[in-house]
Design a protein around this ligand. Structure first.
Ligand SMILES: Nc1ncnc2c1ncn2[C@@H]1O[C@H](COP(=O)(O)OP(=O)(O)OP(=O)(O)O)[C@@H](O)[C@H]1O
Ligand SMILES: [Mg+2]
Length: 336
C-alpha cells in the first residue's frame, strides 16, 4: 500500500439533532482529512456545523444529536485502523482515544478545566490515565509540558487552581493538558478567540512549534481568517452542514471560487485586530438547517445564483483544479 500522512479521514459524515421542530441537519455529508504535521482550517459563519463536526469525531455529540451516517477513519502509522463512527460513544475504546490520540481545546478553558482541582492534578490525571502509572514521572512530565507551552513558573502553576490564573496562562495550561499525551490529532475549536491579539499570536506560534516537535495533525476551527492564514495549510469552508469549498490555503485566499467563500474573505479580520471580530459581511442570516429545500443551500443569499439551476438541485462537490474542490453550479456546469 502507498504510504500516506493521514491521521484522520472523515467521509460522508452526517450528524443530526432530532428536535420537536424537525430534524436539524447540523452536519450533512461532510468529508475532509487531516495529515501529520499539517493543519486543516475549518471556517464558516456561526451555526454552519463546525463544532458539531468536531464533537462528532470525538463522539461527544450531546443528545438529541446523533451521528447517523459516514466514516471517521483513524490512522496509525499511515494505516487505517479504526472507524470511530462505529464505536459506542461511551465505550472503552473511544475513551482510550479521547484525551490521548485525539485531544481537543476549546474557546473557553474553564469548560474543559475543572475548577476544583489544581492545574497539576488535572494534567497528571490525563498522563496517569494514558501514559504511565508512575506518579513521580507523571509529575515530571506535567511540569515539562507546562514549561514547553511557555509558562515561566511551572512548579508554582502546578499547585494553582484555574480561577487563580490569567486567561492567557489558563489557555496555555489547557494546551499543555491537551498535548501531554502526545496526540496524533489536536482539534482546536476557536481556542484563541477570547484572548487578546498578542497572546493569540504567541499561542499560534507555540502550536506551530509543538506541531513541528510532536508531528501531530491539527484541525483548527475559527471565524478569524487572519488566524487561518497564519496556521493552516489546507482549508475547508462550511455552509449549513456542508463543505462548499476546500483547497490549499493559498488557493482559498487568492482564487476563491464559491460565492460564499469570496464573501467570507471580504471581511478578513487581521491578526492584529481585535480577535472577537465576527464575520458579518454577508447579507442575510444563516437559517436553521431544518427542512431545507432541495437546492444549493447558499442560493437564497447568493447574488450570482442562476434561476432554474441553483434552486433546482443540490450541487455536487467537484474537484475543479488539483486539490481544489467546490460545490457550486457556476463552476461545475462549466466543467461538464
Ligand atoms: N446541542 C444541540 N442541540 C440542538 N441543536 C444544536 C446543538 N448543537 C448545535 N446545534 C445546531 O447545529 C447547527 C450547527 O451548530 P455548530 O455549533 O456546529 O455551529 P458552529 O459552526 O460551530 O458555529 P459557531 O461558529 O457559532 O461556533 C446549528 O444550527 C446549531 O443550532
Ligand atoms: Mg462552534
Amino acid at each position: 500500500m502507498k504510504a500516506n500522512n493521514l491521521v484522520l479521514e472523515v467521509k460522508g459524515l452526517k450528524t443530526y439533532f432530532y428536535l420537536d421542530e424537525g430534524v436539524l441537519k447540523a452536519v450533512d455529508g461532510v468529508s475532509f482529512s487531516v495529515e501529520r504535521k499539517r493543519t486543516l482550517g475549518l471556517i464558516g459563519e456561526s451555526g454552519c456545523g463546525k463544532s458539531v463536526a468536531a464533537q462528532s469525531i470525538l463522539r461527544i455529540v450531546p443528545p438529541p444529536g446523533k451521528t447517523v451516517e459516514g466514516e471517521i477513519v483513524l490512522y496509525r502509522n499511515s494505516e487505517a485502523v479504526l472507524d470511530l463512527a462505529k464505536l459506542h460513544p461511551r465505550g472503552k475504546e473511544i475513551r482510550r482515544i479521547r484525551g490521548k490520540e485525539i485531544t481537543m481545546i476549546f474557546q473557553e478553558p474553564m469548560t474543559s478545566l475543572s475548577p476544583v482541582h489544581t492545574i497539576g492534578n488535572q494534567i497528571m490525571e490525563a498522563i496517569l490515565l494514558h501514559v504511565t502509572k508512575d506518579k513521580r514521572y507523571a509529575k515530571e512530565l506535567a511540569i515539562e509540558m507546562l514549561s514547553k507551552v511557555g509558562i515561566p513558573n511551572p512548579h508554582q502553576i502546578m499547585n494553582e487552581y484555574p480561577h487563580q490564573l490569567s486567561g492567557g496562562i489558563r489557555q496555555r495550561a489547557m494546551i499543555a493538558m491537551a498535548l501531554s499525551c502526545s496526540p496524533s490529532l489536536l482539534i482546536a475549536d476557536e481556542p484563541t478567540t477570547a484572548l487578546d491579539a498578542t497572546i493569540q499570536a504567541q499561542i499560534l506560534e507555540l502550536m506551530k512549534k509543538l506541531q513541528d516537535q510532536f508531528g501531530m495533525g491539527i484541525m483548527y476551527i475559527t471565524h478569524n481568517l487572519g488566524v487561518i492564514a497564519e496556521i493552516a495549510q489546507d482549508v475547508a469552508v462550511m455552509y449549513l452542514g456542508k463543505v462548499v469549498e476546500s483547497a490549499p490555503v493559498r488557493e482559498i485566499f487568492h482564487n476563491p471560487l464559491h460565492p460564499y467563500t469570496a464573501r467570507l474573505l471580504k471581511s478578513i479580520p487581521k491578526v492584529g485586530r481585535k480577535a472577537r471580530t465576527r464575520l458579518e459581511a454577508i447579507e442575510g442570516t444563516v437559517p436553521l438547517p431544518i427542512g431545507l429545500p432541495r437546492q444549493c443551500n447558499f442560493c437564497p443569499r447568493c447574488p450570482e445564483a442562476i434561476e432554474g439551476v441553483c434552486d433546482k438541485d443540490i450541487p455536487p462537490l467537484v474537484e475543479v483544479a488539483k486539490k481544489h474542490f467546490v460545490r457550486c453550479f457556476l463552476h461545475t456546469q462549466k466543467a461538464t
